[in-house]
Design a binder for this molecule. Structure first.
Ligand code: ARG
Ligand code: ZN
Length: 868
């Protein structure tokens, strides 16, 4: 039995720990299967605590000895920790434990990846390293000594000494144990340097395994840009002499913000033009920024308890999105984020795993590192900023850093700085943190006597544990457009707070304006034509907008909306409407969509990246969700067929433009992963995909041969695979890249992603038998099984082959790596959308997983929630 029986932890039960920690000294004697960890911890009673029970967390530790003030004691040790009798005054605790990093396949605590020692402590992994009050509100100064016969020995903070086989580190900033890190291995640095705004010289290192040196330059530049940006935009300066980043191949998540020693999944930091796509580059830049920004939002100010996770994650995601918008294109970033939110967070928020941005209970906190906590958490901050304005936001953040530096905080603290800055009552706004589910906003229009009125209605469906929902504060950004396509009212924020609320607009000498606002008087007697509303501009709130517009209106907005997000949205809505009609009635694609796309593609004033986005379609899973919402049971094969047909017809419709658009992939200048070139390649690649529908892959085969960067190579290969060709190229790709783990992940994933639905499961079975399918590596596991779960029609094959295959592998992975297993269970979260036969098949698989003996706490919680 690996885990203790599951217990549920509640936010309302929070109490402070009975002791404060003044200092922590750790000594590591590294050995693959018997690492000794000696801890010396100075405790003193916490005057703010009522409960003085001395309980230290500890799991899978072999206690060698323990002393209190030098006197040996025998604590009461259980599977989850120990209790001991201690003085009612300051005392020094010492313990020596033995751990086995070599057999730690869960990748939590101290483990070994390719001969390199590495840690992952967030959320509750430090308790697998030594006995400790492993909770984020216990903060202390850590001094670490590492003894080990490896060339590079790293921990948090500043180096204070090193010699042959040892190194010492001191972190002067009090931190919770989840930010502890240790790395030891045969590593090479790609060095860098940064001077902070007050003149502090910071040594930067990106540590990698020998062989990966050529993939560091981009990450290092991204780090410097992040450091500069946080100074310029948030006034935040770095606070240590060194900043280390380490790349590791075996990692459950993207990366981790350990103080002064960020640890990254190698897929989230290593990049080169030959091996990485433009999407990889953009993601890497964002993750490096994200982890760096945590130094202030997460580390200097941390969370009181894990229910407050969004305090650091929502804010840090918001900050990294701002960074990406500044480095690249703000509208493109916003559109990407909306696509992602709708695909992942809306699915979560409207199914059995729905939970508030600040959850109120959990069994396993690792299951709450979710799109809701991260991405919806970031959206909530975006709304707050829209409501209070940019200036007040900046002041509130200033106050937040000032008031809470060095503290472990709550969402209440966060909201309070906004209330104190603006004198606004944010009580209702706080519902965004406590209410789960995606609000639906429906719109009706009225046009009487020259007054244009929008009536908004909000409702949120019941979600697990929350049957009744209250109205939320929704900032709805609206613009009005006149008959000639000119904007007649610039973007105006409607503060929508009631269940039903009307907003009237009147015509003035300066165009339309919200009634009751300051400004010029209504022009009486004028007889303006009815305007067209552009609603929820810039995706101003994470809601589902229900606005029955005609295709003609959508086409009009697609042609004229000055808000780039809503212009894109108009095209997306046209695509959705036509696809759903095609699915339900076998109708042909609508000309409003086809002509609209054609016009956009012709408009060479538009950014290539923006035009590429316009060619995108909603995912098949989203289409299934929309049909389900409309009361129709989605048929995955029918959805797949409609998408294929629309692609084919679109290709024919825009055929004449394709050669010119495709030529965007031929860039004369040297390769750069910047937004401009990436946009050109995205448009060229989209054109290639359409071309391949017409020429059977001839152009793609040529492109594959000439490709000198991974973006083009992969897009050509995917076109070939989609066309049922490319066997030879696939083999050539394998021969060329078989020694590069990150590129091989792409090789595995692409075959699954591009497979025809009837074959997906068989291809997955085949690939899992490949000698390079190292299933204990999370990246490789996700490359194959994750791709199965996201190939909608393939996964939902009517005979259930996709379901049972995924379940087989989850059952196999669970004892090895519960975190990654539990996370991938969410592939089943949408099961109630589908027909009775598929539901029965999925239920069988979920039950089979649930009934597996010794199933981890992580996976148990997930399948139980999904089944209920
Ligand atoms: N704090 C990390 C980040 O957002 C993620 C760590 C996730 N860890 C986990 N066990 N779920 O960058
Ligand atoms: Zn984070």
């Amino acid at each position: 039995m690996r885990d203790a029986a599951p217990t549920t932890i509640y936010l309302k039960d929070y109490t402070p720990f009975g002791y404060l920690v003044d200092s922590v000294h750790l000594t590591f004697d590294l050995a693959p299967n018997a690492t000794r960890v000696t801890s010396r911890i100075a405790f003193r009673p916490n005057p703010d605590a009522l409960d003085r029970q001395f309980f230290l967390h500890g799991e899978q530790l072999k206690l060698i000895r323990a002393t209190v003030d030098g006197v040996e004691i025998t604590p009461d040790v259980t599977e989850t920790g120990l209790t001991a009798v201690v003085p009612d005054a300051a005392f020094v605790w010492e313990a020596e434990v033995e751990i086995d990093p070599g057999n730690n396949t869960a990748l939590e605590g101290l483990y070994i990846s390719n001969g390199m020692y590495c840690t992952q402590c967030e959320a509750e992994g430090f308790r697998k390293i030594t006995f400790y009050p492993d909770r984020p509100d216990v903060m202390s100064i850590f001094t670490v000594r590492i003894n080990g016969a490896l060339p590079v020995l790293l921990s948090n903070g500043n180096p204070t000494g090193k010699g042959d086989g040892w190194a010492e580190w001191n972190d002067p900033w009090p931190k919770p144990a989840y930010l502890f890190a240790l790395v030891a291995g045969d590593l090479i640095t790609h060095p860098g340097q940064f001077t902070t705004k007050s003149g502090r010289e910071v040594e930067l290192n990106l540590w990698v395994r020998p062989g990966d040196e050529g993939k560091c330059a981009f990450g290092m530049e991204a780090l410097k840009k992040s450091m500069k940006w946080d100074e310029d935009v948030y006034g935040r300066e770095y606070d240590l002499d060194v900043f280390n980043i380490v790349a590791v191949d075996d990692f459950n998540m993207g990366a981790m913000e350990n103080k002064g020693l960020n640890i990254f999944n190698s897929s989230a930091v290593l990049a080169s033009p030959e091996t990485s796509t433009d999407m990889n580059f953009e993601r890497i830049e964002a993750i490096i920024a994200h982890e760096y920004f945590h130094n202030w939002t997460g580390n200097r100010i941390t969370c009181r308890d894990w229910f407050q996770l969004c305090l650091k994650e929502g804010l840090t995601v918001y900050r990294d999105a701002q960074f990406t918008s500044d480095m690249r294109s703000a509208p493109v970033k916003r559109i990407h984020d909306a696509i992602d939110l709708r695909a992942r967070q809306f699915a979560e928020d409207n199914g059995p795993l729905s939970h508030p941005v600040r959850p109120e209970s959990f069994q396993e906190i690792n299951n709450f590192y979710t799109a809701t906590v991260y991405e919806k958490g970031a959206e909530v901050i975006g709304m707050l900023k829209r409501l209070v304005g940019d200036e007040a936001y900046a002041q509130a953040l200033e106050l937040y850093f000032d008031r809470h530096d060095g503290q472990a905080c709550t969402i209440e603290d966060w909201i309070k700085v906004f209330e104190d800055t603006t004198d606004r009552d944010l009580t209702q706004f706080k519902r965004w943190y406590s209410q789960s589910g995606t609000p639906r906003v429906s719109v009706t229009e009225d046009w009487t006597d020259g007054i244009y009125t929008l009536t908004l209605k909000q409702r949120t469906d019941p979600t697990p544990g929350q049957s009744d929902k209250l109205p939320q504060v929704i900032p709805v950004a609206v613009g009005l457009i006149g008959a000639n396509g000119d904007e007649t009212m610039p973007t105006t924020i409607l503060e929508f707070t009631q269940e039903i609320q009307s907003f009237a607009f009147e015509y003035t000498v300066e165009g339309w304006r919200l009634q009751g606002c300051e400004g010029p008087e209504r022009v009486s007697g004028a007889n303006p034509p009815k305007p067209t509303a552009s609603i929820l501009r810039d995706f101003s709130a994470p809601v589902i907008l229900e606005h029955d517009q005609s295709s003609a209106e959508r086409a009009f907005l697609l042609a004229h909306d000055s808000d780039p997000f809503n212009r894109w949205q108009a095209g997306r809505s046209l695509a959705e409407d036509t696809l759903i009609k095609m699915i339900l009635t076998d109708a042909a694609p609508e000309t409003d969509y086809l002509d609209g796309i054609l016009a956009v593609l012709r408009d060479s004033d538009l950014d290539p990246s923006y035009r590429a986005l316009m060619l995108g379609l909603p995912s098949q899973s989203e289409l299934a969700a929309m049909m389900h919402e409309q009361g129709v049971t989605p048929d995955p094969v029918a959805i797949w067929t409609a998408v294929e047909t629309l692609r084919q017809v679109t290709a024919q419709h825009v055929q004449d433009l394709l050669p010119r658009l495709h030529s965007e992939t031929s860039i004369e200048a040297a390769f750069s992963p910047d937004a401009e070139q990436a946009g050109q390649r995205a448009l060229g690649g989209a054109a290639l995909a359409l071309t391949s529908r017409l020429d059977g892959g001839a152009k793609a085969a040529e492109d594959y041969q000439r490709a000198d960067n991974m973006t083009l190579q992969l897009s050509a290969l995917s076109c070939l695979l989609r066309a049922g060709k490319g066997e030879q190229e696939l083999n050539a790709f394998y021969d060329r890249w078989q020694d590069d783990r990150l590129v091989m992940d792409k090789w595995f994933g692409l075959q699954v992603a591009m497979s025809a639905p009837a074959e997906t499961a068989d291809i997955v079975s085949h690939l899992t038998g490949h000698p390079d399918f190292n299933w204990k590596n999370p990246n490789r596991f996700r490359a194959v099984l994750g791709a199965l779960a996201t190939n909608h029609a393939g996964f939902h094959r009517a005979d259930g082959a996709g379901y049972s295959l995924l379940a087989d592998w989850l059952i196999k992975l669970d004892p090895v790596n519960p975190q990654t297993t539990a996370r991938m269970c969410s592939a089943f979260q949408t099961w109630k959308r589908y027909d009775a036969d598929r539901q029965a098949l999925i239920r069988n698989q979920l039950t089979r997983i649930a009934e597996t003996p010794d199933l981890s706490r992580d996976t148990t919680e997930m399948v139980t929630r999904i089944l209920n």
